[in-house]
Write a protein that binds this ligand. Structure first.
Ligand SMILES: [Zn+2]
Length: 327
């Protein structure tokens, strides 16, 4: 009988090409990984059981063999297999791979679950706390972390998600979490919004920080000279934003109005800083020599202060995310 023609197979790269390896794992895309059973058995009870099964006597098994080694076909592709094998191997032989996108994290996570690689599951999930991943996909990260019941990663992702609008667009991993998980996230977000509102209604944190008007002279310079330059900016009229009951410069009032609106949806320090960068650009391109020279310094200090206050205001709210019996 003629054997069926197998697709061209190639060997994986080091360290999965070792001559003394004792088993071969073949990925879904036909790459052969020569690995040591011991490392896999130590990392995973699944492999420990699999490799511990009694071998059938020679010739009595339909086990595929190659170079005297058993060949085990797995359903993972070579990229995923490579990543999770690196996690299984001792770090002297293979460094933990870096995972910096969610698609990779998800497929390795699925493999880790399937093969009961508990330690690796935890390590993979730590990649969810990678700011690179969080900045792009806070909501997807939240869903994955919540699904894996990881408290720290869930809270970190929820906090990054405050940069986004309250009601998100549909996202790929929404089905990983339950409606009550999602409701917990929305409630958290909403409570953070409420908590931050007080900051904008009472400027005590600001007047405490600068002590008096001369502590932030740039804010009250309209119609006066500053370092030889005359400030031709107008004064603000929105009395909600009058520190010490005095009218500040109009562009700052505009900034506060904008931030007030933005924080109603995205209560994050990042919101405050990003809006400050826009204000700095705007003021610099406006026609005031006095302000354009010092807006950056003044607004950087001010927005860092406000961002810090925002982060402090939302920090205690995170108990909402785990003070349930579920996490
Ligand atoms: Zn000015």
């Amino acid at each position: 009988m003629e054997l069926p023609t197998l697709p061209t197979q190639t060997c994986a790269s080091a360290p999965f090409d070792h001559a003394k390896a004792d088993v071969i794992l073949r990925s879904a895309d036909g790459i052969e990984f020569r690995v040591f059973m011991l490392f896999l058995s130590l990392a995973s009870p699944f492999f420990e059981t699999l490799f511990g099964l009694p071998q059938a006597p020679d010739g009595a098994s339909d086990q595929e063999m190659k170079d005297g080694l058993a060949v085990i076909a797995v359903s993972e592709d070579s990229k995923t297999l490579d990543t999770f094998l690196r996690f299984c191997y001792p770090s002297t032989l293979a460094e933990d791979p870096s995972l910096d996108n969610l698609t990779e994290i998800l497929s390795v996570l699925a493999a880790a679950k399937k093969y009961s690689l508990d330690l690796i599951e935890r390590k993979v999930c730590q990649a969810l706390a990678n700011p690179k991943v969080l900045e792009i996909d806070p909501l997807r990260s939240f869903a994955i972390a919540r699904n894996a019941r990881l408290k720290h990663e869930t809270i970190t992702a929820a906090r990054y998600n405050l940069r986004q609008p309250l009601i998100p667009a549909l996202f790929a991993e929404i089905d990983l979490i339950t409606a009550s998980d999602f409701l917990a996230l929305l409630t958290y977000h909403k409570k953070c919004i409420i908590s931050v509102q007080n900051l904008m209604k009472n400027l005590k944190w600001m007047t405490d920080h600068y002590v008096n008007r001369s502590g932030c002279g740039w804010l009250f310079s309209s119609g006066s000279h500053y370092n030889g330059d005359y400030c031709r900016c107008e004064q603000g009229t929105d009395k909600r934003f009058f520190p010490w009951n005095a009218a500040p410069i109009a562009w700052w009032t505009t900034y506060m109005q904008e931030v007030y609106e933005l924080l109603q949806d995205s209560p994050s320090g990042d919101t405050v800083r990003t809006a400050a960068d826009r204000t700095i650009q705007k003021v610099r391109s406006a026609n005031c020599a006095a302000c354009s020279g010092r807006v950056k310094e003044g607004m950087t200090e001010f927005s860092n202060l406000l961002a810090l206050k925002v982060e402090e205001a939302v920090a205690p709210v995170c108990t909402l995310l785990y003070n349930t019996d579920k996490l």
